[in-house]
Design a protein around this ligand. Structure first.
Ligand code: HSE
Length: 322
């Protein structure tokens, strides 16, 4: 394509991408929504050396690679430059600011990839629409998760609820986000790597379980369209992934039981965990659920964070530019 970068007006851009809850119970790798609060920022500016150079990563405790080929944000930026045929002529300097915990189940790697794709796209004069950035952000997240899936990435990029009809080719559908839906996230402070929690999953699914699961995915989508919150709650059941992964999360059954007792619509694992989430009809229930789940983790002597958030409908955005 050949972009005349030096003639572009922007010198520096910072983008923010929000955390997200993937799977939403029943929709392994196909459903997700964005939340308010935590997220990642990526700052980019032009440099004279072609390619992408990551100069600094803040908030990662030295855990993330500076090599752009191995870094989710770096890889997202590189794949965007490649698609524009700019990788050998354009130079991007990148700074990553992690503002959310890694390995938490809140889509941290997706948020970095999305913020990078959005920031670089803006710096280059927005050759792509938001939705067109999806493949680049997915390519970035692939470096962390080991398999291409767009549920966190699409939610973080576009905001609201999303359905990934297909990962290959990518086909992502925006779903409605009902008002009066409050999410509680409880994040026990232990780290779980998505790559590993994907490896422990069975590759085959018994037909009877598949039937339950796809009934629930369809019902959840219907619930979002019709604003039927009890239906959304009934549909949030995951009979395939949760039974395997929940063993890795201390206090999972007790937290679930107490959340449902408090009136939460449903409770499940956020992404690959260890965070868990509920959806509730009122902020009071959402707060109570967080408090009670926290009590369970207190009993186990574990540290945790609780986040109560509405559904984030905005997705990623440009925070600063000059
Ligand atoms: N759908 C993904 C999973 C989300 O559950 O493994 C985490 O990347």
């Amino acid at each position: 394509m050949g972009i005349m970068m030096k003639s572009l007006t922007l010198k520096k851009v910072t983008a923010f991408a929000p955390a997200s809850v993937a799977n939403v119970g029943c929709g392994f790798d196909v459903l997700g929504f964005a939340i308010d609060g935590p997220g990642d920022e990526v700052e980019v500016q032009f440099s004279d050396d072609p390619g992408v150079v990551i100069t600094h990563i803040e908030g990662d405790q030295g855990k993330l690679p500076l090599d752009p080929e191995k870094n989710t944000a770096g890889k997202a930026a590189l794949s965007l430059l490649h698609a524009l045929d700019e990788a050998s002529s354009s130079g991007i300097e990148m700074k990553i600011i992690k503002k959310m915990p890694m390995g938490s189940g809140l889509g941290s790697s997706a948020a970095s990839s999305v913020a990078a794709a959005v920031a670089v796209n803006r710096l280059l004069g927005e050759p792509y629409s938001a939705k067109e950035l999806l493949p680049f952000a997915v390519a970035g997240e692939l470096t962390a998760s080991g398999s291409p899936h767009a549920d966190n990435v699409a939610a973080s990029l576009l905001g609201g609820f999303v359905l990934v009809r297909s990962n290959d080719p990518l086909d992502v559908i925006d779903l409605p986000s009902p008002d009066n839906l409050f999410c509680t996230i409880v994040h026990p402070k232990i780290e779980i790597a998505t790559k590993e929690t994907r490896q422990i999953l069975r590759k085959e699914v018994p037909l009877a379980k598949a039937v339950v699961q796809w009934g629930n995915v369809g019902a959840l989508v219907a619930g979002l369209y019709t604003n039927d919150l009890p239906l959304i709650g009934r549909a949030m059941q995951d009979v395939i992934i949760e039974p395997t992964r929940s063993f890795l999360i201390p206090g999972f059954s007790r937290m679930k039981e107490s959340a449902l007792e408090q009136g939460a619509l449903g409770f499940s694992i956020s992404g690959a965990g260890p965070s868990v989430f509920t959806l509730s009809e009122t902020v009071e229930i959402a707060n109570k659920v967080g408090e009670k789940a926290g009590n369970v983790l207190d009993d186990l002597g574990l540290e945790y964070d609780v986040i109560v958030s509405e559904i984030n409908r905005k997705g990623a955005f440009i925070r600063y530019e000059e």
